[in-house]
Design a protein around this ligand. Sequence first.
Ligand code: CUA
Length: 172
Amino acid sequence: MSARDAGGKVRMHVDPSEKGWIRLSIVVLIVFAIAISVAGFMLGIQVPTDQVRVDPRTVLEEAPWSEPGVREITPGEEYKVYIVAQHPVFTPNAIEVPAGAKVTFYVTSIDVQHGFKIDDTNVNFMVIPGQVSTLTTTFDDPTPEGEPLKFICTEYCGASHHFMSGEITVTE
Ligand code: CUA
């Protein structure tokens, strides 16, 4: 409903309870914006990006995917890990990186959609054919002798999905 006030301007009548809900929805939006900012900038929670596109049919013919594995960029400080997912294996499925180093994972699939989740970390993303999923993390503590961190596929990808896993050994 609308009405004209003394000055001739159109005024909309808004029920007080409706005003309350409008205010509440604005507050909720602000709270979400703050939560996303805190997660992204302070807690380091990142969304995997799809900026790198590849052709899943030919990707294994090109570097670095022709030789997936760990690349030491700066010893003890920076590592890149290239992993190929193909039902029901990750290649490589045993990785070794030092504690405290910046480790960036690059994972792609050459068949169907897979998942990549490392136990006891917030590394958990989808692996989609045609894209390279990327995430950077740091392992603070070395893994105990004989107890590497497990990484698993979290998307149903075929009959042997539950076997699709690998291990990360974090050294001193
Ligand atoms: Cu790969 Cu499930």
